[in-house]
Ligand binder design. Structure first.
Ligand code: SF4
Length: 914
């Protein structure tokens, strides 16, 4: 323990021994003080001792208020929020709002701010001059207070004020506080509000326990400010420091503080876990910051089950619920549920929303989920259906327990300690929701489910403290905690002092005058200054650090910390693997970890080499780890399905007369285009949406939707064929042509959309595109698309005339690509500046493509799988492997640098003035 810690433990012991009470600023601070008290008793060899009088501020306030108020109901936060929602909903302004309930939380917060910072403004007459939104809030507040008076309800916001009044009334000698009340020692308060001081003065004896920065035995002074190149380096240095500290003193208590901790929680947790497993260092740590209960599996699954019993869930929620294990009766059932969803998705039958009936009773028996699961879910819904449509929240809460049990929640797995704690919290929230009937109101099941969702979102869940050596928290939360040493992450201009927004329902002038949080930058600055002063005084060594580069911008050090500690220095070399003051050097080494691709053929076709070019890990993850991504279900057809339909129609058009299509320019010129295309589109639509057919598209769409889709396709393809009519003579020799190509000893299957034979006997390869891609996609050492160059360079033969993208887009029909003699074989009207003419296909070009593709093939075969996106975020943005390659955990500057440069090259090239 530091001398500061020893001193505080001694002060607390003395205070308690003299009959005093300790009040800490928060629950966590109270637990920290109590934990130190109990440790000291154990060190003294005691086996049992009386429970110390240590409270959190809120807890102490509630207890003292209850002692003095026999009647009336103290509203819990959920009840108060609901009351605000009802007041707002019934007001003139609320009646015009789409979701009046959403303002309830802001109104509740505004009320609390008034009570804490500006109690004078609680008097209605002082608010008469308020304008705009504050004037509307003034009306709501009048109505809220009048309902509380009528129904004997008390808001927790007023406890301090009401207790102050009660204490003053109790005073016997003309206003002086009574002397028989225990003295209060206040711990962990960065500052006291005037309303708190009034209350404490009315109580009697009190004292603020403040560690002093310059006091005797002061450990402060060993403080540093470091700048790291990026967030990953900063976190790694902090973890290194923690490890060194614990090696030097295994009993040390260390505090890591980070503003906006939630944003870097994952990265910090991973780095700590890696360091723990790396060299067996016991870095036991815990986050004091909880997460909203609605994000905790056991609670989220309960909520989703409640919702599914009466309304559809969106598809990703169903996916999550089924794989959570919280509604399965066994391992086998959990797998069978996942397989049922897989069967649905792999047949293209995904849908944006699933009712319980859609999922439990599919039309196709092979898609049915396990019978026992269906039976439980339908039984739970029947149980719900037997209830009256409106009843008290208390009854709904009880019913929720029953239906969840019938549905098999929370699943078959033995409960971990964390899951147990989360379920206990869930039960408490359910009780709170049941208490919403405090005013005798009834509600429907849907309203009760919505209230439960709100309550879960507002409830922060943190597991019980295990008293770990390393505590991780946010600056304000750290009040009351003492540590041997502290590391403060993210001390940059953006985050420290942090910036919040003032409350929109209170006049900004009032907020500034009374010093409400975030009312001005000055107020935030002063509060952060107090916290910084407290931190510097509460540990032996205090390190502040910041990262010079965030994901999107260069960062500057916090001015507040610079003022106290001077400009940030480089991280010391012993906390990094490199000397940050030296320029970074690249060290080359032979990577022995590559595993050669063992097969001679590759199923992924040209796509695998395109991925190898875009990012070697993308090719590895897709072709060798077999990862793939579900297409998101959309209300209409998704982009892939639309593309499938377009290809099917164009395939039908050029299928030759035996198949009802055509195969040459002469035949094209002889057709009534619209009638011809319409007939083919109708046939393709019928076949594509026929249920039971292999690869059929979802059959859930209404007839009118399909008619509109058919109209769209007819228009698009007619427009395209009108463009093709302007071509020089050609004959289509094949569509959807499968071919095998060998690259660097690797056999690849390639499918070509279409191959034409031109007037000079040459071959033209055509790829249909509905995007704006151009031939620049084929260029460079790392091309964006290798499919056509692959075929052209390795299987094109001597008579290859060209390769082109057919851009089939409304109003933008166009060929783009490389053709040897475009004006003689493609279109006579092409101008000299058109890229088809200006940049013809040449043997040199083919040789270059061949060389680049050969190299990509060799790299793929050799097992080259680096995380190396060609174009930073532009490449990663359309890749589904983030979670596997963990790109966003790499140093930003080195991986995603220069992300926007040249991003549109591929899109902008090409002719177009034919
Ligand atoms: S997300 Fe980016 S880095 Fe990761 S595999 Fe895909 S392209 Fe490569």
């Amino acid at each position: 323990m530091t001398s500061q810690q020893h001193a505080r433990v001694a002060r607390v012991d003395t205070w308690l021994a003299n009959g005093g009470v300790v009040v800490a600023s928060s629950e966590r601070a109270a637990r920290s003080v109590a934990s130190a008290f109990h440790s000291t008793r154990r060190v003294e060899g005691l086996l049992a001792w009386p429970t110390p009088e240590i409270f959190s501020w809120e807890g102490w306030l509630r207890e003292r208020w209850r002692e003095r108020n026999g009647g009336g109901l103290l509203l819990n936060p959920l009840q108060e929020q609901m009351l605000w929602g009802r007041v707002i909903g019934k007001s003139q302004t609320g009646a015009r709002l789409l979701h009046p309930g959403r303002l309830a939380s802001a109104a509740q917060q505004a009320y609390r701010l008034l009570a804490n910072y500006a109690p004078g403004a609680l008097k209605s007459s002082t608010r008469l001059g308020w304008q705009g939104d504050p004037a509307v809030f003034h009306e709501w507040l009048n109505e809220f207070e009048s309902r509380c008076r009528r129904e004997s309800l008390a808001s927790a916001s007023l406890l301090a004020l009401q207790l102050t009044e009660a204490l003053r009334t109790e005073s016997q000698d003309g206003g002086s506080p009574r002397r028989d009340r225990p003295g209060l020692l206040l711990i962990g308060f960065d500052r006291l509000l005037e309303t708190q001081k009034d209350l404490l003065n009315a109580w009697g004896e009190w004292q603020l326990d403040v560690p002093t920065e310059d006091g005797p035995g002061d450990d402060a002074g060993a403080s540093h400010f470091f700048g790291a190149t990026d967030g990953v380096t900063e976190t790694a240095a902090c973890v290194s420091w923690l490890r060194d500290k614990l090696r030097a003193n295994p009993e040390a208590r260390l505090l890591v503080i980070a503003p906006s901790l939630q944003n870097r929680r994952g990265e910090l947790e991973r780095t700590l876990l890696e360091a723990s497993s790396g060299d067996n260092a016991d870095l036991d740590f815990e986050f004091s910051l909880g997460v909203p209960l609605v994000h905790v599996g056991v609670a989220r699954s309960a909520l989703l089950l409640m919702q599914w019993l009466h309304e559809p869930l969106v598809e990703h929620e169903v996916d999550w619920l089924l794989s959570s294990g919280c509604c399965a009766a066994s391992d086998a059932e959990e797998i069978a549920l996942a397989e049922a969803m897989y069967a649905v998705r792999s047949r293209g039958l995904e849908r944006p929303e699933w009712t319980l009936d859609d999922f439990a009773k599919p039309l196709r028996p092979e898609l049915a989920p396990p019978a026992a699961f269906v039976e439980r879910m339908l039984a739970a819904r029947d149980r719900l259906g037997r209830e009256p449509s409106r009843q008290s929240p208390f009854d709904w809460a009880e019913l929720t327990r029953s239906v969840l049990e019938i549905a098999g929640w929370p699943g078959f797995r033995p409960e971990s300690s964390v899951a147990f704690q989360a379920r206990q919290r869930w039960e408490a929230v359910l009780d709170d929701c049941g208490s919403l009937g405090f005013d005798g109101s009834l509600m429907e099941w849907g309203e009760f489910v919505a209230a439960t969702e709100t309550a879960l979102g507002n409830t922060i869940f943190a597991t019980e403290s295990t008293d770990s050596r390393i505590q991780i928290t946010e600056p304000m939360e750290s009040a009351g905690q003492l540590a041997d040493d502290i590391w403060f992450l993210g001390a940059d201009e953006e985050n420290w002092p942090g910036r919040g927004t003032p409350n929109a329902l209170l006049p900004i002038s009032l907020q500034r005058e009374t010093g409400m949080p975030h009312a001005s930058q000055q107020a935030d600055w002063e509060l952060a200054q107090d916290v910084t002063r407290r931190l510097l005084a509460s540990a032996g060594e205090v390190v502040f650090s910041f990262s010079r580069q965030s994901t999107s911008a260069e960062m500057r050090p916090s001015r507040l910390i610079t003022q106290r500690l001077g400009c940030p220095g480089h991280l010391p070399p012993d906390l990094t693997n490199a000397d940050e003051s030296q320029p970074q050097l690249t060290e080359t080494f032979e990577d022995a970890s590559r595993i050669r691709f063992p097969h001679a053929a590759l199923g992924g076709g040209a796509g695998s080499l395109t991925r190898q070019s875009l990012c070697p890990f993308q090719a590895f993850g897709t072709a060798r780890l077999a990862t793939f991504q579900w297409e998101p279900a959309e209300p209409g057809l998704n982009a892939k399905q639309r593309g499938q339909l377009l290809h099917a129609v164009l395939h039908g058009v050029w299928a030759g007369s035996a198949q009802g299509g055509i195969s040459s320019l002469d035949e094209l010129l002889s057709k009534d285009l619209r009638a011809f295309v319409s007939e083919i589109v109708d046939r393709v639509m019928r076949e594509s949406f026929a249920s039971g057919r292999r690869n059929s598209l979802p059959s859930r769409f209404p007839a009118r939707f399909l008619e509109l889709e058919a109209e769209r396709l007819t228009k698009l393809v007619t427009e395209w064929l009108a463009y093709e009519r302007e071509r020089l003579p050609f004959v289509v020799t094949g569509t959807e042509v499968d071919s095998e190509v060998e690259v660097a000893g690797l056999r690849l299957r390639v499918r070509l959309d279409r191959v034409d034979e031109l007037a000079n006997g040459g071959k033209l390869i055509i790829d249909y595109k509905s995007s704006s891609v151009g031939p620049a996609a084929w260029d460079g050492e790392r091309p964006d698309d290798v499919q056509l160059p692959l075929y052209a360079a390795f299987a094109g033969g001597d008579h290859l005339e060209g390769l082109i993208f057919a851009r089939v887009r409304p109003g933008e029909a166009e060929f783009r690509g490389r053709v040897r003699h475009a004006t003689e074989t493609l279109r006579i009207d092409l101008r000299s500046q058109n890229a088809l003419v200006a940049k013809p296909l040449t043997d040199e070009q083919l040789a270059e493509w061949r060389q680049n593709i050969e190299r990509l093939g060799e790299e793929f075969l050799a097992g080259r799988a680096e995380v190396d996106p060609k174009d930073g975020q532009n490449t990663c943005g359309s890749c589904h492997l983030h979670a596997v390659c963990r790109i966003y955990e790499q140093p930003v500057a080195t991986i995603l640098a220069g992300e926007d440069e040249g991003a549109d090259d591929a899109k902008d090239e090409g002719g177009g003035d034919a």
